[in-house]
Design a protein around this ligand. Sequence first.
Ligand code: SF4
Length: 366
Amino acid sequence: MPYRPQLIVLDQEVEDFAFTRVILDRLPGVAVKVDSAQANLKKLQQERAGLSEGKKTLHLKRYLGAPMKLCPGYTEAPILCCDYQVIDLVENCPLECSYCILQAFLNKSVISLHVNIEEIMAGVTQALAAQPQRQFRVGTGEHSDSLALEHLFPASPYLIEAFAKIPNAVLELKTKTTMIEGLLPLAHQGHTVVAFSLNPAEIIRREELKTAKLPERLEAARKLADVGYKVAFHFDPLIHYPEWEKGYEEVIQQIFQLLAPREIAWISLGTLRYLPSLKGIAEERFPGCNLFSGEFVPGEGGKRQYFKPLRKKMLHQVGAWLQRESQGKTPLYICMEKASLWEKSMPLVPKKAEEVERYLTRNCPL
Ligand code: SF4
């Protein structure tokens, strides 16, 4: 069922913004509380509702931070990172993945929508125009699923049409939904990539609640490719479970039965990692979740991760299946790993972030 809030908290200053009006028109009958931005923030911070309860509230506000910033996961050597840029339009997510890092990361439990998109996009356009010689990848899926609120907050069509006119950037929308219908007729000019996060059906059923099933995600990818979008896939997190080899190999075969390697912009891999505080939160919110009960070791940014030999084995194996099925024609990369692990699993090991970007945008020339 598409998400519907029980309450809208509206900051007075955005009451007349165009996207506010669209959202309110699409939610007739939902209670709306209006107050100043400061008062709303104070109340929401004091309430500290649990996450499941908090997500029933939508907070409409103006975003005043940097319009575009480097991915917060960016880390210097020995980690080999890309140069991914993020736009922050939605904070928190209506979907319920047990491993979602946002549960331990965000300091509010409500879902916030930044309705001053025109202002944010003007800043993004300016920042991209300032470096015309560089080619950027820019994404919205950092603090939420990019499309899960599309039925209420049609931010993506606005961005797609804006990016269609930008000569040096590709927009990436990352999702676990099939909410793509509004994207199909748009004149994207090849400047938008729609990416699906994938896992074997068993993991989706157990750990990715409220998301679309695997065949539905793949079918949505096919529909997008049929109207000229490049699609992408993320195997992140790769999860170790008894049938993982069979599970991931089958998903990879299914991708390439439906899509040609050059229709796919890029595919990423990353093994499960989590902030220590997430374990307790996830186990309380998702009784029976045992993702975090194996052995983990400290990794980058204070996160826990699988032992190196296990990470190496999983990345190597999944990387090998991807290379076999894509015949080397789809760029592959690993998120948040040392170059030494790329060497064992990836067809190419770029030296630095700019090289990663050039390699990844190979299948979507602007
Ligand atoms: S789709 Fe992404 S942002 Fe949403 S709950 Fe799952 S992991 Fe978190």
